[in-house]
Every structure is written in structure tokens, then in C-alpha cells.
Write a protein that binds this ligand. Sequence first.
Ligand SMILES: [Fe+2]
Ligand SMILES: [Fe+2]
Length: 237
Amino acid sequence: MTKAERKGKEHGAKSLELRAESKEEEALSCRPYALIIEWLRERLNPKLYRHSIATQELAAELAEIYNVDRQKAVIAGLLHDCARGLSNEELLSHADRYHIPLDHVQLAQPVLLHAPVGARLVQMELGITDNEILHAIAAHSTGSKEMSRLDKVLYVADSSEPNRDYPGVQHIRDLASSGDLDGALLKAMEVKIRYVMGQKLMLHPLSTEAWNDILKGSRRKELPADLRGLCSADERG
Ligand SMILES: [Fe+2]
Ligand SMILES: [Fe+2]
């Protein structure tokens, strides 16, 4: 067993059924799991690392419930916060290096960049090219318009993994485990938006878009099939 594989085993890698040179890794064009673990551990403090492992495990569970590719959920869950340990200056410099366009909210709150910068880091340094994984990582902080099921699974897993402890988190877990992914996502977004407002922080436009988009989707589902097409007309009133 290599040093990297030993490290992976020590930190829970064994339970994930991802092995070096597995078909899934080939399909994802990424490195063996043990090396990914080693790469990640060098970038995160122990608390963030624990959060990443817990997010990965919950994302894998939710992937089973919501018919999402489990391997993609595992990789996205594990790596979503890989840039969270970078300082504001480092995030801005990485964004510049990777030509990530900045908006005024990200300039005021560079921590938001850990999501898109993280997506570019795993692409450039780990060779992960799967667009669904990269999008889920890039969107995990703000959300985005037209979120995929993988995007939603990651957002909910990140918000409600077992180390999270805030009022309402159990409700998110209950919704997620009962088959209501959009309900869990809305609740998780609501908690985050309330926090952002309470702290007098700026709300990113992508969060507003994500919120409106999910809400619109949920309301359409509640309508009888023959009225769903009228939904946009209804919103003009
Ligand atoms: Fe994050
Ligand atoms: Fe996170």
C-alpha cells in the first residue's frame, strides 16, 4: 500500500468504494482517490476536511435517493470546499489567473469565489473535466439558475451534513431524506439568505435566481397539468 493510500484509509476513504484505477476514475479522467485525499488534506484545516468528508458521505446517500450518479456526488462532495482555505487575496489572484469574471458582490465578498475557484483548481490540478461535477462545485455557495439534481444534492449535503448545527437543519435533513429535494433546497437557501441579510452582507444575484427558479418549479408542480403552461402569465399579475 502506498503512503497516499494509507492516508486515505486512515481518513475514511475506505468506506467510499472508490479504488485507484477504477472504471469510475477512468470515466472522470481524474486521479486515484487516495491521491485526491492527499491533495485535499494539504489544502484544508482539520475542521474543513471533516466537513468535506461528511458532505461527501451525505451527498452519496442523497445520490441514491435522487437517482444521481453516485461517483459524481462523491467527488463533488469531497472537493467542493477545496479552495475554502485560501485567503481573500489568494482567491482574487486565482480568479485573475483562471480568468474568472468578477462581479461587484464577489469583489466585496471574495469568500464567494472559493466555489468557482475550487472548480477551476480541481480541473487544473486533478484533471477533473466532468462538467456536471465542475458546475456543482462552482454553484455550491450561491446556487444558480436551472440547478441540476447533482447541484441540488451537493447544496443540500453541504448545508445539512451531520456536523452542521443551526436552527432548522434537522428540517432540511428530514425533507431531504423523505424525497423532497426541492423542499430541502429551498429551506437550506432560506436559512442562508436569512443569515446573509442578518449579517448585512450582499446577496449574490445567482442566489436570487436560484431561489426564484426553484420556487417557480415547485409551484408549477402543484398546479394541475393543464394549467402549468399558464404559470408565467400568472406571475405577471
Ligand atoms: Fe463552500
Ligand atoms: Fe462546504
